[in-house]
Design a protein. Structure first.
Length: 196
């Protein structure tokens, strides 16, 4: 990588770090271009060069953290045998991730991130495909072995990730969910919905 590329990556990382700090401190409304240039020390022109817009910064930040979450989920699946153990591992890993990184998780689960996912779902999914592939392969293998219900893979993925995403959102937004109780109870509920 050339020195120019290294500087560009460092600048982009600085913008993303500052954006997350601003989002955590002030919410979506407080993440403005003026606030971001002030916090990061990066010019508006450079931000537009790297991300295209302020919206592009938010999307890049959400995608970056989504990638980290998906990598952790894939890692959790690598160490287990059996579909039931996998459902437990994915659920616990997801909820622990949200606990450890609440600000990034709030952004990933925000209305702005959701809007982008709905608007450009295929491109977002394509950008994360390498990280989603281990989960898809795991679902496919356990469906073929008969441990998981003979449902289309997108349906299985939704049944596994949908409930834990809902619990995470509730905890992030309202704080009225006991994560430890969710770790103990949600995996078996999910397992019942996907087991054969």
């Amino acid at each position: 990588m050339s020195p120019k590329q290294q500087r560009g990556e460092a600048t982009a990382a600085q913008v993303l770090d500052s954006a997350l700090e601003l989002y955590a401190a002030r919410g979506e409304a407080g993440l403005t271009l003026a606030a971001l240039t002030s916090a990061s020390g990066v010019s508006a022109g450079s931000i537009y060069h790297h991300f295209g817009s302020l919206h592009g910064v938010v999307l890049a930040l959400a995608q970056s953290w989504l990638g980290r979450l998906l990598e952790e989920l894939a890692g959790a699946l690598a160490g287990v045998t059996g579909a039931r153990a996998g459902v437990h591992a994915v659920t616990e890993t997801y909820l622990r991730f949200v606990q450890e990184y609440p600000d990034a998780s709030r952004l990933m689960h925000s209305v702005a991130a959701d809007r982008e996912l709905v608007t450009d779902a295929r491109r977002v999914r394509s950008a994360q495909e390498a990280r989603i592939a281990p989960l898809a392969a795991w679902l496919h293998a356990h469906r073929e072995s008969g441990e998981l219900a003979a449902l289309p893979l997108p349906v299985l993925e939704s049944l596994v990730l949908g409930p834990v995403t809902g619990v995470a959102r509730r905890w992030l937004a309202l704080g009225d969910v006991d994560i430890e109780e969710a770790v103990r109870t949600v995996p078996d509920r999910i397992w019942r919905s996907v087991s054969s």
